[in-house]
Design a protein around this ligand. Structure first.
Ligand code: HEM
Length: 418
């Protein structure tokens, strides 16, 4: 049974609060609860806060389109600091949001995205050649380093302001620790402060002419971005936005690791790509983004009184979109657990409905502006690896631990390059 199209009350999940089961199995708990209730929307409490959980393609549009939800206090403060931080585009709404967001889209879509893919191919190819014949390499160490070099070069950070090892550690820890609470999170927050200081000084120096930023690079653009008052953004905010370009490029390492895992588990694709047959590569990349457990859900607060199939959601209520459940919803993805790159050409799934990076319009809504860049980076990494001979070593088959946030390959994916 489903509430789609029906006029029924949103049911309530059993139990007073769902925080513990959600923390214990963040990816699958929400859909399991929805399945058990026979619904695409249910009420529960997370961290004692009443919340409506929704899933499915229609729910994603409801959540993202039309400014129905803002992100104020939508995430625990530690996560906000690690992922977006105060004054960033994600915290803005309406015209202020659209103005800032246009800047991101201009930088990330079109020729800049092509430059990103070209630099990524150079970096991946060079690093992989250098790793030939060495012992097993832990992908969760190596991929963030490669992508940090890509991000810093693409952004136009001058060579003498780059400290790739340090930045790689800082940027990757922000991604790895955003889903946990504890000593690691505090270390990541300290590292984040270091990154912010570095970015703030860089922006200030570019503005004062003490540092030259090459025209057309993201660094030059962000240093010039203005706010609603037409004045340059405060250096701290511009620094946060520069990090909002760098950190997610490094985060793509998570998708690349799962792309390599998928190649390892699908040897026919690995062989075809190695032979230079890239006909299915788009479908392969879509499946990596659909199947990889990354952000399990995203939350927002209703900006007005809303209606979901005849039941009310009051202004200021919390709503959470189940990202993982939506990407595995059988009504949008037949045999959702099967990794099937050819499903798109058969019409068994529409890549525009993958919500790993949000939904709606990339300028007007909070949809990720980095979606095309992410696809380009995953595809480029696959091409670079396909030019080499490589194999995944260690316990077989590699297993995925869904209990970590983000999920991880147990022991990390270890790869040998020949
Ligand atoms: C690693 C892969 C990525 C994932 C899983 C991801 C995921 C997401 C998600 C789910 C959102 C929506 C958050 C919300 O609804 O509040 C988002 C927004 C955003 N993403 Fe990404 N993203 C990725 C890559 C990128 C890249 C490569 C960039 C830029 C270089 C980027 C920049 C942003 C920015 C600036 C926003 C805020 C947009 C807004 O609030 O309007 N992301 N991302």
């Amino acid at each position: 049974m489903s509430t789609r199209g029906d006029h029924v009350a949103i049911p309530t999940a059993p139990g007073f609060d769902s925080s513990l089961p959600f923390l214990a199995d963040g990816y699958r708990f929400l859909s399991r609860t929805a399945d058990a209730l026979g619904t695409d929307a249910f009420r529960t409490r997370i961290a004692l806060r009443p919340i409506v959980v929704v899933r499915g393609v229609e729910a994603a549009r409801f959540f993202y389109e039309g400014g129905r939800f803002d992100r104020a206090r939508a995430l625990p403060p530690t996560v906000v600091h690690l992922l977006q931080d105060r004054g960033s585009v994600q915290t803005l709404e309406g015209e202020s949001h659209e103005r800032r967001k246009t800047g991101f889209v201009d930088l990330l879509v079109g020729s800049s995205e092509e430059r990103l893919a070209r630099l990524a191919f150079e970096e991946f190819s060079e690093r992989l050649r250098g790793l030939r014949g060495s012992g097993p390499i832990a992908m969760h160490d190596e991929l963030p380093r490669i992508l940090t070099a890509v991000a810093l070069r693409w952004a136009g950070v001058p060579e003498h302001r780059r400290d790739d090892e340090q930045r790689a550690d800082e940027l990757w820890q922000m991604v790895r620790q955003a889903g946990s609470f504890g000593a690691g999170t505090w270390r990541a927050l300290l590292l984040r402060r270091r990154s912010e200081r570095w970015a703030r000084e860089l922006i200030a120096d570019v503005r004062d002419g003490r540092e030259a930023a090459v025209e057309g690079t993201p660094l030059a653009a962000v240093a010039r971005w203005t706010g609603d008052d037409d004045q340059p953004l405060p250096a701290a905010v511009a620094a946060v936005e520069l990090l909002n370009l760098l950190r997610p490029i490094v985060a793509v390492a998570h998708f690349v690791e799962f792309a390599l895992l998928a190649l390892h588990l699908e040897p026919a694709y690995k062989a075809a790509f190695h032979d230079g047959e890239f006909t299915d590569i788009d479908g392969f990349v879509h499946e990596v983004r659909r199947r990889t457990p990354f952000f399990p859900a995203v939350a927002g607060r209703a900006t007005g009184d809303l209606d979901w199939h005849g039941d009310g959601i009051d202004r200021d209520s919390w709503v959470m979109l189940d990202i993982y459940g939506t990407n595995h919803d059988p009504s949008a993805w037949p045999r959702p657990q099967s990794f099937d790159p050819k499903r798109y050409e058969r019409g068994e799934g529409d890549a525009r409905n993958i919500v790993a990076q949000g939904a709606g319009d990339p300028v007007a809504d909070h949809r990720c502006p980095g979606e095309p860049a992410t696809e380009a980076l995953i595809g480029t990494a696959i091409r670079a690896f396909s030019h080499m001979r490589w194999s995944a070593v260690g316990p077989q088959p590699p297993k995925v631990r869904y209990r970590s946030l983000p999920a991880e390959v147990v022991g990390g994916l270890q790869v040998r390059v020949f």
